[in-house]
Design a protein around this ligand. Structure first.
Ligand SMILES: O=C(O)c1cc(=O)[nH]c(=O)n1[C@@H]1O[C@H](COP(=O)(O)O)[C@@H](O)[C@H]1O
Length: 288
């Protein structure tokens, strides 16, 4: 079956369901708060209940693989169900794995997550470009052939990110910050694809306007004609006003993502669903 390119599906999903993504991150502390054991059974109950509560109401669901890998093969089996059930509920699944390796190994990762015949096949994955953007080529080609998407780390939400992402590349590589270089590569890949290219960036909803440092609204150019994932919304302090401040006219292509901010409200399904609807409403009123 041929699917439409990810960029097209992303744009349609945001238009239909709003600009909010829920991260399904079953932290041990949350399992305990929900009255569940820190076991594969507890993980399964937690993750599937969260998916059932939120996946019909948000455009994108983002399970973080580490929280499932913690339980070995049984955890991975739960992740497979999270992916399948989120998609069945009409959400796009962005599998958060932050992979990146030499090209030949990237090819195997790409097949594991983006080839529709894989048990973990998702609509898109997060990837790390810090072995060089060119090492991601197998992901790009595999995504292209399967209508999948990629989200490349450009300016992450954590305070340690600037050490690498604000470093300035040698003149031979453009003499700009690493984060800016990643955005430039994405802009080139997306070209003028309509309505949106499939090659996205990860940019924290928390990044500061730090004049002269080349990040935040002080420097980075987010006009990549592609999707942007903005994690750090909610729990890490990012707000809708930050999304407007940071992304400006590119804000229409941003999906703001929160994990603990929503999951903390469980196991009450109504409370989680209401939080999704509130976030969607707020994002729509300020960005729409
Ligand atoms: O790629 C990501 O999703 C990501 C990038 C980033 O810069 N910062 C960041 O927090 N994340 C992920 O986003 C989620 C944030 O979770 P909360 O802080 O609970 O909302 C986690 O799954 C992180 O791994």
């Amino acid at each position: 079956m041929t699917v439409a390119p990810f960029g097209q599906r992303f744009a349609a999903s945001l238009a239909a369901r709003g600009q909010f993504c829920v991260g399904i991150d079953p932290h041990a502390a949350l399992l305990s708060d929900w009255g569940l054991d820190d076991t594969a059974e507890g993980l399964e109950k937690f993750a599937l209940a969260a998916v059932e509560a939120v996946a019909p109401y948000c455009s994108v669901v983002k399970p973080q693989s580490a929280f499932y890998e913690r339980f070995g093969s049984r955890g991975i089996a739960v992740l497979e169900r999270v992916i399948a059930e989120s998609r069945a509920a009409g959400a796009l699944v962005l599998l958060d794995v932050k992979r990146g390796d030499i090209g030949s190994t990237s090819q195997a990762y790409a097949e594991a997550y983006l080839d529709p015949s894989s048990p973990l096949a998702s609509d898109a994955v997060t990837i790390s470009p810090y072995l060089g953007f060119g090492s991601l080529t197998p992901f790009v080609e595999t995504a292209r052939s399967h209508g999948a998407g990629l989200f490349v780390l450009a300016a992450t939400s954590n305070k340690e990110g600037p050490e690498v992402q604000e470093a300035v590349t040698a003149e031979d590589f453009g003499g700009r910050t690493v984060g800016a270089a990643m955005l430039e590569h994405l802009r080139e890949l997306n070209g003028d694809t309509q309505p949106l290219g499939s090659f996205g960036a990860v940019v924290g909803a928390t990044i500061a306007p730090s004049a002269g440092s080349g990040r935040g609204d002080a420097g980075l150019d987010f006009a990549i004609n592609g999707p942007i994932l903005a994690p750090g919304y909610g729990e890490q302090g990012g707000t809708t006003a930050d999304v407007v401040r940071i992304f400006g006219s590119a804000a229409a292509n941003v999906v703001a993502s929160s994990s603990r901010g929503v999951l903390r409200l469980g196991p009450d399904a109504h409370a989680m669903r209401d939080a999704v609807q509130r976030a969607n409403d707020e994002l729509r009123s300020l960005l729409g």
